[in-house]
Design a binder for this molecule. Structure first.
Ligand SMILES: *[C@@H]1O[C@H](CO)[C@@H](O)[C@H](O)[C@H]1NC(C)=O
Ligand SMILES: *[C@@H]1O[C@H](CO)[C@@H](O)[C@H](O)[C@H]1NC(C)=O
Ligand SMILES: *[C@@H]1O[C@H](CO)[C@@H](O)[C@H](O)[C@H]1NC(C)=O
Ligand SMILES: *[C@@H]1O[C@H](CO)[C@@H](O)[C@H](O)[C@H]1NC(C)=O
Ligand SMILES: *[C@@H]1O[C@H](CO)[C@@H](O)[C@H](O)[C@H]1NC(C)=O
Ligand SMILES: *[C@@H]1O[C@H](CO)[C@@H](O)[C@H](O)[C@H]1NC(C)=O
Ligand SMILES: *[C@@H]1O[C@H](CO)[C@@H](O)[C@H](O)[C@H]1NC(C)=O
Ligand SMILES: *[C@@H]1O[C@H](CO)[C@@H](O)[C@H](O)[C@H]1NC(C)=O
Length: 357
């Protein structure tokens, strides 16, 4: 009985050259079976060169962030945002054909959504870990090490950088008009008020010197979305105080509440140099620019009483506009813009380390 199996196994003791040929044959057989099992899009990618992928990229959103869904009928990325070859779906049955599967962290952590670890991940499929929260909120993501290929976050060092807003070249020639100002010097909208927040301390010191109108759930003066910007627009300054201080963590408090409302932001957040990576240096006032809060207050009073100086903070409106993503669909379509530049083989083994950095 040494004719069949014995001979098969004899390559273990063969001369290296002969064994090498056999190993090669095995490898080729396995590879061809493997490729045959893959979906067509992956096959094409294996054959074609990875940096010139011109087919459709299909993105599966495993669950909607914060359980708010939007319609995906038609070619949303193309028709709404002009991004071609980018197909969004939230239909989990499409898993085996998806090039990218996106998981929003909040639901994994708080809404009992689970990763589909029981499904066979097609070769080449990328899993994206998506979160727009700062490290203080995503304290422990160690359970998600070794699972994701790409990260998507407000951080510039994420694979897919997704800021809360950005300044873009102005496309119209409309001149910007600073909204009519009331006597109100500064205003602040806050929904999550905590006395121990650093920003609350700054607020309490500042209001000893200047009047501050406070709105929001925390103050039983909630503002509906449609009233928010016009009301803020009447204030000279807006307190764009972040509730967590982290690099690149610059939220809609700056982009929407201050800039879009047509007021001057007074920011508390990462250092001025970090803000200047995103917006012109003379478009905002940074709390850190002043030795004391009373100095900050005098500066604000001075600016509010001198139109010439105040107007300088709006110079950027001449050739820039603010862009804020309309909803999660537009954010997800951004993946396609970056797709060909991203590493095609990648694993975030230490997501926890990265998320805490
Ligand atoms: C890409 O998707 C569009 C819209 O679904 C479809 O019409 C087109 O045939 C697809 N192209 C390829 C190469 O699969
Ligand atoms: C998500 O929303 C849907 C309807 O929009 C609802 O049926 C479902 O219970 C919600 N899920 C959670 C976890 O809140
Ligand atoms: C989801 O995809 C499956 C498989 O492609 C399809 O049969 C099903 O009709 C789709 N469901 C919806 C709601 O579009
Ligand atoms: C972090 O989460 C993992 C699993 O998700 C858990 O095993 C671990 O105990 C947690 N660590 C801390 C410090 O909470
Ligand atoms: C704005 O641009 C349009 C064409 O792009 C031009 O017709 C119009 O005169 C311009 N208006 C002003 C105020 O420059
Ligand atoms: C609170 O904010 C002020 C102003 O930005 C800063 O100087 C101070 O270091 C901060 N304190 C803490 C504990 O973060
Ligand atoms: C306002 O500021 C400008 C420029 O700094 C200065 O020339 C002007 O005298 C100031 N006006 C008043 C009323 O203080
Ligand atoms: C994606 O990450 C997984 C780790 O969970 C890894 O097995 C797989 O090879 C990676 N795929 C790509 C295309 O990088």
């Amino acid at each position: 009985m040494d004719c069949g199996f014995g001979r098969w196994l004899s390559f273990l003791t063969m001369k290296p050259r002969k064994a090498y040929r056999l190993w090669l044959a095995f490898a080729l057989i396995f590879l061809s079976i493997y490729i045959r099992l893959q979906p067509i899009s992956v096959k094409l990618k294996l054959i074609g060169n990875s940096h010139g992928w011109h087919g459709n990229i299909s993105i599966l959103l495993w669950h909607w962030p914060f359980n708010i869904s939007y319609p995906l009928e038609g070619n949303v990325c193309l028709n709404k945002y002009g991004i071609p070859r980018c197909l969004l779906t939230a239909n989990r049955s499409q898993f085996s054909q998806a090039d990218v599967v996106v998981f929003h962290h909040h639901e994994l952590k708080y809404a009992h959504q689970k990763l589909p670890l029981h499904l066979r991940r097609p070769w080449g499929q990328k899993w994206v870990w998506l979160s727009l929260e700062p490290p203080a909120v995503n304290q422990n993501v160690s359970g998600y090490n070794h699972l994701f290929n790409w990260t998507m976050s407000y951080r510039q060092d994420a694979d897919i950088f997704l800021p809360y807003g950005s300044m873009i070249q102005k496309r119209t020639n409309e001149t910007f008009h600073i909204p009519e100002k009331s006597s109100c010097l500064a205003c602040w909208v806050v929904s999550n008020y905590k006395n121990e927040h650093n920003r609350s301390k700054v607020y309490h010191q500042l209001r000893k010197h200047i009047p501050i109108a406070r709105y929001g759930k925390a103050n039983r003066r909630p503002l509906g979305k449609e009233h928010l910007l016009p009301i803020i627009g009447r204030c000279h300054f807006y307190l764009a105080f972040e509730n967590s201080i982290a690099k690149d963590y610059i939220t809609e408090k700056l982009w929407r509440n201050a800039f879009q409302a047509g007021t001057v932001p007074v920011v508390l957040g990462p250092p001025r140099s970090n803000y200047e990576e995103f917006v012109p240096p003379d478009s905002f006032i940074h709390v850190d620019d002043f030795k004391s809060i009373s100095e900050l207050a005098s500066k604000l009073k001075k600016l509010a009483s001198n139109r010439t100086q105040y107007q300088l903070y709006f110079k950027w409106h001449k050739d820039h506009a603010v862009h804020i993503f309309s909803d999660w669909r537009e954010r997800l379509c951004q993946i396609c813009k970056k797709y060909n530049e991203l590493p095609s083989l990648n694993v975030h083994h230490d997501l926890q380390g990265w998320a805490m950095r």
